[in-house]
Design a protein around this ligand. Structure first.
Ligand SMILES: Cc1cc2nc3c(=O)[nH]c(=O)nc-3n(C[C@H](O)[C@H](O)[C@H](O)COP(=O)(O)O)c2cc1C
Length: 212
């Protein structure tokens, strides 16, 4: 599974970058290719709300602003799964994150009559990287959840992380992405009711101990 890791922080050595790296390593350990991009490094203007409300985003599913948006939209098209990592600012995703996803939503959530969002059904992990307080991390994830749903993606996991939880949550991100991207044998994709000998109803024993 080709997984696109999308980060959106100005800090190359901050918590957001560490989450992106943990995700990348998890994907590689899951024997899948990973591509990491930082939205802050692209020229991405905010939506211009063309023509009093809608531009070609509504009918042609592309944005008419002349910047890097189409290039990133193409990367979303090519990917088979995603990780979105944002720093928590005022309890919300970062401004570059919002600027990009506002425009992607206009192009993809408006598809109908047999046309599908380019994210349709693709597994997605959302990570909110917060400061010491962690205030607003859950609210930030709730906003990301709305985007996942509006864009038609499949929610794989939502992970909050702070300085205090950094060590074990980086492991969670790594292991989560490894699990998401590793090709599954057919029986693991069957509904629980169809599995033979599933006396636990699909519940597995909780893993005790650390990976490393
Ligand atoms: C403008 C701004 C607003 C912030 N708002 C919050 C917040 O609401 N809650 C929180 O826990 N941390 C907040 N923080 C702290 C960042 O989420 C935290 O430092 C995060 O690790 C930043 O990511 P980075 O390490 O990639 O820069 C804020 C930081 C900035 C710069």
């Amino acid at each position: 599974m080709k997984v696109l890791v999308v980060v959106s922080s100005p800090n190359a050595d901050g918590l957001t970058a560490a989450c992106g790296e943990a995700a990348r390593q998890g994907i590689v350990d899951g024997k899948s290719p990973a591509r990491v991009i930082n939205l802050n490094e692209f020229k991405l203007r905010r939506c211009a709300v063309c023509n009093g409300g809608w531009g070609p985003c509504r009918t042609k599913h592309r944005c008419q602003l002349d910047d890097d948006f189409a290039q990133v939209q193409e990367m979303f098209q090519q990917a088979e799964g995603y990780v979105w990592v944002t720093p928590v600012y005022f309890g919300e995703p970062s401004e570059p994150f919002k600027a990009f996803f506002d425009r992607l939503r206009r192009c993809e959530a408006t598809k109908k009559d047999g046309k599908k969002s380019i994210l349709s059904g693709k597994p997605t992990v959302c990570v909110a990287a917060a400061g010491g307080s962690g205030n607003g991390a859950v609210h930030c994830l709730a906003e990301m959840e709305r985007l996942v749903k509006q864009l038609g993606a499949h929610a794989f996991d939502y992970i909050p992380i702070t300085k205090a939880t950094r060590e074990y949550q980086l492991e969670t991100i790594h292991d989560g992405l490894s699990a998401m991207s590793t090709p599954k044998p057919p029986e693991q994709t069957m509904p629980l009711s169809a599995r033979k000998g599933s006396r636990s109803g699909g519940r597995s024993k909780r893993r005790i101990g650390r990976r490393r």
